[in-house]
Design a protein around this ligand. Structure first.
Ligand code: GLC
Ligand code: GLC
Length: 812
């Protein structure tokens, strides 16, 4: 069952039934000011950091779900309705929500009146703009009463939800004309306030929640709206809100626009006040003035659209398959921007208060984003590396607002450092900007111990090399990529977290085959980079360690038919045929095949066949098999999950592309494609009722074959699945891969494909690429033509002339 459809021309998903199986959301803003918005107008806003600068309030896991947002109430005679159906839930004559690239357009129609709300954050603006257009399509004059609504959050979203003894006394607002200012805590340590304005005179307002709703009413029936008149309240403590009351008369056929601005301001200490206790409103007024007419809003909106036209013109494919094209050209790249902005911090599954930016997560997010805005990727790499420790270890997460490592979570996840090599090398291959390697980057944000970024890569590499276990394989630490494989953290205490409980460091034999494979892949990248920089001794040293790792993997990591997953604290195998449960895991088989370990001896194909046989299912590749049905204290969180969910045999979509890429290494284009299609959201649109989450973005997890409800997805949007799938499809299946000296083209597609066309902008040039497959092959390039001339290599050179170049590739 579907709840809408794609509009590829406009790059929108159009939801036509508001009762989606779960709130289907979108993100507004892509730099400093952000909002999450659901298809019914739910969601919240924040500045940079969803924990420390939460501007409007939201209640997770509420009943009914998705309660609270930026709402409009329309009172037309006795009928009260909202353009997004919620919160009133009055049946609409027509409903439509269009989620586009950083904007959402919600349109409702009732009794001849249409209300159309365009929500977006204009470029370089610390505000969300909402343009409400009311049209009268009926034959009579309409007298409407409009109430806007939002609820202020008292900034720190965590204390906002717990410290009520204080919170109920601190709230403060100012009201001037049609602008409502929220200034709680502004007179003390805060240098910021928020405001909500409308560009017409209002007939009233409310800022006190209790007066607006009435103490016993929900969002669906505010007392003020039922009464049809604002109370003009000024909040003192309790829960400040912002609501404008506007009376509108519309003749038949008439339309009117109203522009609302929800903004955020920071003032310098000596510029905070206009007069005693009256805040300095200058910056707010400047922003409001920028958007005080519909024409100005339309112009800003056109700029946002242009911005996305430009970003999405960098990589496009024309394959003849709409579902593939819309993912590659639109939604997957869009999701990569979103994961770049938020890592795993804020979605409808991530509360914005739990996690900051992940070291490993943010590095991986770069591989789907770096081609879009390399300058921002550059800054991110430096930020991430700045949270590293001198020995190469790192904080697992950092807060986006202050860019400092998060002490609560700490470090000791031994895969973390290697991802910095991935992030940096991806940036170098995209841009050729080797100067980044000379940037001086601090350790733990302490500039007095800064070293070059290149040195950070060296310590990243060495951190693994210096922490090997009894088999010469990498020690796992708290966990590797799989957060739930906690092999050194045994605890029977129900009050302790799996990941931050005591981490045994002495006498541990716990080693990770996943990190081993990762080390071979990025260790080679590191050695290659050293060679390029003419650091030949360092390259040779690195290569030696990598080769030793390959030997160790073959000797101690091969189980006969696949790569084992790990050795536990006691030195026993995990992910081996010897085990009763979880005999095989996806991660080590993904990384060891991506590394091509034992490819000549047939180990890679064997391992991939075992994955196909044991892990593949209708909805993707599950993480392990058989699922754990018992709890194993020495494995940590993983076996705590019921079978088929999350890291216990769920289809953890993030790691499926590792197998896809592994399949391209051995040239199996059919399988790579089959795996891609299985988890790709646009191919799942028809089963939206089962799948539950948005059909335009990836979810972290789809319940696996052992689950109660296989195929049901959870945790959409913020997942490494976005960048890894874009990486797999664009660079390995379609095979257009940035390399140091040019664009490497090496597709691996199903033999039945006749070919495809793609455009790639790369280092200032534009390549129009045509791939043809006359012999029904999957992989191998037999002919290369660039601008009409044959060339031997399938690396298309960088011309640096800023021109268009035609590339023809024959597979065979
Ligand atoms: C989550 C985490 C990520 C981890 C993965 C597997 O997505 O954000 O860091 O690698 O789960 O446990
Ligand atoms: C839980 C989740 C895992 C996530 C981790 C982050 O362990 O299962 O997916 O990575 O929390 O802290």
């Amino acid at each position: 069952m579907k709840f809408g459809h794609f509009d590829d021309q406009k790059r929108e998903y159009v939801i036509t039934n508001p009762r989606t199986p779960w709130p289907w959301i979108n993100y507004l803003g892509n730099e400093d000011f952000f909002s999450l918005i659901s298809n019914t107008g739910g969601g919240y806003s924040f500045y940079k950091d969803a924990k420390f600068r939460r501007i409007t309030r939201y209640r997770y896991n509420n009943v009914p779900m998705d309660s609270g947002g930026k709402y409009f109430y329309i009172k037309d005679g006795d009928s009260i309705w909202s353009p997004g159906w919620k919160p009133c839930k009055t049946e609409l004559d027509k409903y439509e929500c269009r989620h586009g690239m950083n904007y959402t357009n919600i349109k409702g129609e009732k009794n001849g009146v249409t209300a159309n709300v365009l929500y977006f954050v204009p470029l370089k603006t610390w505000a969300e703009v909402q343009k409400l257009t009311l049209s009268n399509n009926s034959k009579e004059t309409k007298k409407l009463k409009i109430f806007s609504f939002l609820e202020w959050c008292l900034w720190n979203a965590a204390s906002d939800m717990e410290n009520f003894q204080r919170n109920f006394s601190t709230g403060e607002v100012e009201i001037q004309g049609s602008v409502i200012y929220h200034k709680t805590e502004y007179k003390e340590r805060r240098d910021h306030y928020a405001y909500y304005s409308v560009n017409v005179p209002v007939q009233g307002y409310d800022t006190d929640r209790e007066s607006f709703f009435g103490l016993y009413n929900g969002f669906d029936e505010p007392q003020v709206v039922s009464e049809g008149k604002a109370h003009n309240t000024e909040a003192h403590g309790w829960s400040p809100i912002a609501s404008h009351y506007i009376e509108v008369e519309l003749k038949p056929g008439e339309s009117k626009d109203f522009v609302f601005v929800l903004g955020y301001v920071e003032n310098k200490e000596d510029e905070k006040w206009e007069s005693k206790n009256i805040i300095n409103k200058k910056k707010a007024k400047d922003t409001i003035a920028k958007f005080d007419t519909a024409a100005k809003v339309d112009a800003a909106f056109a700029e946002l659209r242009k911005y996305w036209d430009n970003l999405l013109s960098i990589y496009t494919v024309d394959s003849g398959d709409d579902k593939l094209d819309r993912m590659v050209n639109i939604w997957n790249q869009y999701q990569c921007m979103i994961t770049f902005c938020f890592s795993r911090s804020t979605s409808f599954f991530e509360s914005g208060i739990g996690r900051g930016m992940g070291f490993r997560d943010s590095n991986q997010d770069l591989i789907g984003f770096v081609h879009q805005i390399p300058e921002r990727a550059r800054e991110r790499i430096i930020d991430i590396a700045s949270t590293q420790f001198p020995d190469g270890g790192c904080y697992h997460q950092y807060q986006p607002l202050n860019k400092r490592g998060n002490n609560d979570i700490g470090g000791g996840f031994n895969d973390d450092p290697l991802w910095l090599i991935l992030g940096t090398v991806s940036y170098l291959k995209e841009t050729g900007d080797f100067a980044i390697l000379n940037e001086m980057v601090p350790f733990d944000n302490d500039m007095s111990v800064a070293r070059s970024l290149f040195d950070h890569l060296t310590v990243s590499f060495d951190h693994v090399a210096n922490n090997l276990g009894p088999h010469g394989l990498p020690l796992i630490g708290r966990a590797d990529w799989n957060d739930c494989l906690n092999l050194n953290c045994f605890s029977n205490d129900p009050n302790e977290s799996f990941q931050t409980t005591e981490n045994k460091t002495e006498g541990t034999k716990a080693e990770s085959l996943m990190i081993a494979g990762l080390f071979v892949v990025y260790g080679r990248d590191y050695a290659d980079l050293c060679k390029r920089l003419c650091k030949n001794d360092e390259a040779a040293r690195a290569q030696k360690l990598v080769s030793a790792m390959e030997v160790a993997i073959k000797k101690h990591g091969w189980d006969g038919e696949w790569f084992i997953r790990a050795y536990d604290y006691y030195g026993r195998k995990i992910g081996s045929n010897e085990n009763e449960e979880a005999k095989i895991f996806i991660e080590s088989n993904g990384w060891c095949t991506m590394a091509g370990i034992g490819k000549e001896e047939g180990l890679c194909t064997k391992a991939l066949d075992a994955v196909k046989e044991r892990l593949d299912c209708k909805y993707g590749i599950v993480l392990n098999n058989p699922a754990f049905t018992k709890y194993y204290i020495e494995y940590g969180e993983i076996s705590s999950y019921p079978p088929g969910y999350k890291e216990n045999a769920g289809v953890f979509c993030h790691n499926n592309p590792w197998i896809m890429i592994g399949e391209t290494v051995v040239g199996n284009g059919e399988r790579a494609w089959d795996y891609y299609r299985k988890i790709c959201p646009s191919y799942l649109e028809d089963i939206s009722d089962l799948h539950k989450t948005e059909p335009y973005v990836y979810s972290q997890m789809v319940a696996g074959k052992d689950a109660f409800k296989p195929g049901e997805a959870k945790n959409s949007w913020l997942t490494g699945t976005a960048s890894w799938n874009f990486y797999a499809i664009s660079q390995y299946i379609l095979g257009i891969r940035p390399d140091y000296d040019g664009l490497l083209i090496d597709p691996c597609i199903p033999g039945s494909w006749k070919g495809f066309k793609a455009t790639r902008k790369f280092r200032g040039d534009t390549y129009h690429i045509e791939v043809v497959n006359p012999h029904g092959k999957s992989k191998g390039v037999s002919e290369v033509e660039v601008d009409g001339k044959h060339q031997k290599s399938n690396i298309i050179p960088v011309f640096g002339d800023g021109k268009e170049h035609r590339v023809k590739i024959v597979i065979g």
